[in-house]
Design a protein around this ligand. Sequence first.
Ligand code: SF4
Length: 63
Amino acid sequence: MPDVNCTVNNCKYWTSGNLCEAQQIVIQNDEEGGFSPNANLKSLKATPADANDDTCCQTFKMK
Ligand code: SF4
């Protein structure tokens, strides 16, 4: 799988450098917008989540 950059740092699949270590992820659309495709993905600030519904990634699992 290509690198997946993610800032949800309280997920069990998250690792330093804003990388995801899951073998497969499920994503749904995010109507709230996002950030520029040119953003430096590895240095974005952490955005921890309290539950699956707080992320657009349905693979999120709390650490
Ligand atoms: S929230 Fe999703 S993309 Fe982010 S680390 Fe967890 S499984 Fe990977």
